[in-house]
Design a protein around this ligand. Structure first.
Ligand code: NAD
Length: 459
């Protein structure tokens, strides 16, 4: 505790020296992160396989590749982001000018999750160093091989006086939360999000909470068989292909009209086999469940006889190898845990509705999701989805894609969290935007000063 206190003080002093505010410092840290990803590529891919059974291609797509893109974007925009932006003033401020100047917040804490151990740690770190902060990063204890690469590898590429990685679980996390930070950026569950927020409240520390929830996919009556086939492939990748369904923006359940579900399920079965093989247990293209506790949680979701009855595909598991087969359920009871809790695994309930428009009411009657996916070419339905539902993001005719866009804010609403990052939004999340006004002495008006005598109002 004492040692850490000393380290924090050292970081604060270092921040006070102004070093981290220099453009050259920020650039060198971003370049250091690029070098870390390139030089440690093999170790990173191995660790992702060890902790999560993530295939190298999936790991590169979702973590290394996405991070390299974000780093290049930050490096090419850094000078523009840092520069002050001119602002207009009212006429009363004649002969004045104004600008908005971003400044770093100071010492920030990033607590991250295990399902994208590099992406969820380094994506916020990019924003934090681009904005000129000193940072303590605490990755998740549930992906230990990845966390250890971050803890042991990063110091060789970054400025250790300004950026530190602390390994550990809830205990270490709680310990960190007792300190006064200038910002806390948290990725994880709503349960722990509440703990983070109440700890932050004691010091009036601003927080960003990147939480989870149940992300629905709505499938409309897609006219052509090509459209339907593309829809099915994108749904399967947006579920089983996103860390085996253990992703905050993975599809949690599907809503479809009664009349279309047989065709949808038939195609899903076909494409599961094409993507993951006749015996998916032997396939290396689907990630494993992170640990025994999460496997038991998912097993319990399936254990209820009512839920078992609703399984129309899959359902088998190999507990020793932390494997659960891609599973489809048809109309499990809406009040069951599988339909009220975030699934976070390869179980996909399909819920049928009479008319596709009923899905709007269904979604709106539940907590606001982090992501909503709608597969439809109907502009009226698309517009109703935009205006009548609320979610962190809304993607038509694809899934997960929004995560990779530097131009879009990534974050939740309601119970899926608040605050946003990615691209310039990450820089803003870790900056304060200072209003700077430069007034001239040349003009001055006598009536703006007291005393408020009558002649001042009888102009
Ligand atoms: P979690 O809340 O259990 O853990 C997140 C982090 O908090 C970890 O670093 C962990 O060590 C720490 N932690 C755990 N218990 C704590 C406690 N009592 N006090 C202080 N810190 C504690 O979540 P998780 O299992 O890592 O992730 C799963 C959840 O995170 C899901 O709900 C998922 O949707 C969400 N998630 C959200 C995003 C996003 O970008 N919005 C991304 C990934 C995961």
């Amino acid at each position: 505790m004492e040692t850490f206190e000393k380290e924090m003080n050292g970081m604060k002093e270092y921040y006070g020296s102004g070093e981290t505010k220099k453009v050259s410092w920020r650039e060198s840290q971003l370049k250091g992160l690029c070098r870390f990803l390139i030089e440690k590529e093999e170790d990173i891919l191995k660790a992702l396989m060890l902790d999560l059974g993530k295939h190298h291609v999936e790991a590169f797509r979702d973590e290394m590749g996405t991070l390299m893109k974000s780093l290049n974007f930050a490096l090419s925009n850094l000078k523009y982001w840092i520069s002050g932006k001119k602002a207009k003033l009212p006429q009363i401020a004649l002969l004045s000018s104004a600008e908005i100047v971003p400044e770093p917040l100071g010492l920030v804490l990033i607590i991250s999750s295990w399902n994208f151990p590099f992406g969820l740690s380094l994506e916020p770190l990019i924003g934090a160093v681009a904005a000129g902060n000193t940072v303590v990063l605490k990755p998740s204890e549930l992906s230990p091989a990845c966390s250890s690469i971050l803890a042991l590898g990063l110091p060789n590429f970054l400025d250790n006086k300004a950026i530190k990685v602390v390994q550990g679980g809830p205990h270490e996390s709680q310990h960190l939360l007792q300190h006064k930070w200038d910002k806390i950026f948290f990725t994880g569950s709503a349960r722990v999000g509440k703990i983070v927020m109440s700890a932050a409240a004691k010091h009036l520390t601003p927080v960003t909470l990147e939480l989870g929830g149940k992300c629905p996919a709505v499938v409309d009556s897609l006219s052509s068989s090509w459209d339907l086939e593309v829809t099915v492939k994108r749904i399967l990748v947006g579920k089983y292909g996103a860390c085996g369904g253990q992703a905050c923006i993975a599809i949690d359940y599907v809503l479809v009209e009664n009349q279309y579900y047989p065709k949808l399920v038939e195609l899903m079965k076909l494409w599961i086999k094409k993507m993951f093989g006749e015996n998916p247990k032997d396939s290396k293209t689907i990630a494993r469940i992170v640990n025994k506790q999460h496997l038991s949680r998912l097993k319990n979701l399936l254990a209820d006889p009512e839920i078992k009855k609703s399984v129309v595909y899959g359902g088998s598991m190999d507990e020793r190898n932390l494997f659960i087969e891609p599973t489809i359920l048809l109309n499990p009871p809406l009040e069951s845990a599988i339909m009220t809790e975030e699934i976070f695994g390869p179980l996909l309930p399909i819920i049928t509705v009479d008319k596709i428009e009923d899905s709007i009411k269904f979604i709106s009657s539940r907590p606001k999701p982090l992501a909503l996916y709608v597969f439809s070419k109907d502009k009226t339905l698309q517009n109703r989805m935009i205006s009548e539902t609320s979610s962190g993001s809304l993607t038509f005719n694809d899934a997960i894609l929004q995560y990779a866009a530097d131009s879009l804010p990534f974050g939740g609403v309601g119970e899926s969290g608040f605050g946003m990052y990615h691209g310039k939004f990450s820089f803003d999340t870790f900056s304060s935007h200072k209003a700077v006004v430069r007034r001239s002495f040349l003009t001055d008006f006598w009536y703006r000063y007291p005393p408020w005598t009558l002649n001042k109002f009888q102009l």
